[in-house]
Design a protein around this ligand. Structure first.
Ligand code: G4F
Length: 345
């Protein structure tokens, strides 16, 4: 009998990578989509076309009855809770919805597992995040944040995720559930939504190269992120659920780079050399060959509170899970730009 996995948020970046991985490992894969997406809806159809092996379940993260029904009907061996409002900037605009989905939604899934009587059999993975660390002066990462570093979230998203992290730990301690968190640092790739900075850059660079766009507008270029490839990270998620004992793990690369470095590398990938001029909101980048400004700052993309630096230490995951990454930082930039060049040609 093959194992059954239920992925909440299967339509997201990680959901797609994970569904494919689990399917390849022989799992029967189920994935939730928000309610009201009828089978005839184009979005439903598109997901079915891309992932024909996923059994789609309509269940909203705020609807505990739908989640409980899904648990009873599917009887999953593993539940991966990926559904969330995941855009940090957006969470400042809609903090209440973020709290309901990204925070309390975790509790809804955990309770659904218990109500279905699966707390001793189903393993639960919570998509926790490096945004919980915050990167302030008093808790700079040093050699990298670990599973024991202090938290200080800097956005409604980070605060909601911290609730999800603690309620998962609490259910593990209270009910003996195999309920664990992967604390994932930024992970990107060709499935990333264009509202996130890496994909916004790779798409714009490809389109500028192809003459389909003139300008890229960004916010803070100086924040630093620990960026890996999402395909590598879903393997880590799976490994986290296969251990003898439930435990939380950081998944990261151990390297950090500025947004500016990502921009420079992405333009270099298409043969465009940049020269930087001006400061702060007046900073611009010019294509040296054409003399055209290709990047400028738009304060609209600044956040009310920023996480200046994220750097993770993946030692525990590497040692205990044998987790490793196949794609490095230049490889990630290359992969994304090449994908977007092909996509826009
Ligand atoms: O790509 P971002 O929006 O990702 P962020 O905020 O780091 O969050 C991502 O990673 C987290 C893990 O650490 C996840 F939990 C979360 O769900 C999400 O996947 O922004 C990265 C950085 C920020 O410092 C932001 O201020 O890029 C800066 N930035 C500069 N200009 C921009 C832009 N971000 C976006 N989205 N758009 C811009 O134009």
């Amino acid at each position: 009998m093959s194992k059954k996995a239920l992925i909440t948020g299967v339509a997201g970046q990680d959901g797609g990578h994970l569904a494919k991985l689990l399917h390849e490992k022989g799992y029967e894969v189920y994935g939730t989509l928000r309610g009201q997406l009828e089978a005839s809806h184009p979005r439903y159809q598109a997901i079915k076309e891309e992932m024909p092996y996923v059994n789609i379940v309509l269940a909203d993260m705020t609807d505990i009855s739908a989640l409980t029904r899904a648990m009873i009907e599917i009887q999953p061996d593993e539940v991966y809770n990926l559904a969330a409002i995941s855009h940090v900037g957006y969470s400042f605009r809609d903090p209440l919805l973020t709290a309901d989905l990204t925070g309390k939604g975790v509790l809804n899934v955990l309770e659904a597992i218990r109500l279905a009587g699966l707390e001793k059999t189903a393993r639960f993975y919570q998509a926790s995040t490096s945004e919980m660390f915050g990167g302030l002066d008093y808790n700079r990462p040093g050699d990298g944040y670990t599973e024991d570093s202090p938290f200080h979230p800097r956005s409604p998203y980070g605060v909601a995720k911290l609730y999800g992290y603690w309620i998962t730990k609490n259910y593990r301690e209270s009910y003996g559930m195999y309920a664990v968190s992967g604390i994932l640092f930024n992970h990107e790739g060709e499935r990333r939504g264009p509202e996130f900075v890496t994909r916004k850059i790779s798409k714009a660079v490809a389109r500028i190269k192809l003459g389909k766009q003139e300008l890229l507008e960004l916010g803070n270029l100086d924040s630093k992120r620990d960026w890996g490839y999402a395909g590598d990270y879903v393997e880590g998620m799976w490994r986290i659920l296969q251990q003898d004992n439930p435990n939380d793990y950081v998944l990261a690369t151990g390297e950090t780079h500025t947004i500016r470095e990502f921009v420079e590398l992405a333009f270099k990938e298409v043969g465009i050399e940049l020269s930087w001029d001006g400061e702060g909101v007046n900073e611009t980048a010019t294509d040296v060959a054409t003399g055209k400004v290709v990047l400028r700052i738009n304060p609209e993309f600044f956040r009310p509170a920023e996480v200046d630096i994220l750097l993770g230490n993946p030692s525990k995951a590497e040692t205990e899970l044998g987790w490793e990454r196949k794609v490095d930082f230049p490889g990630l930039v290359k992969l994304m730009v090449e994908h977007d060049l092909a996509d826009n040609s």
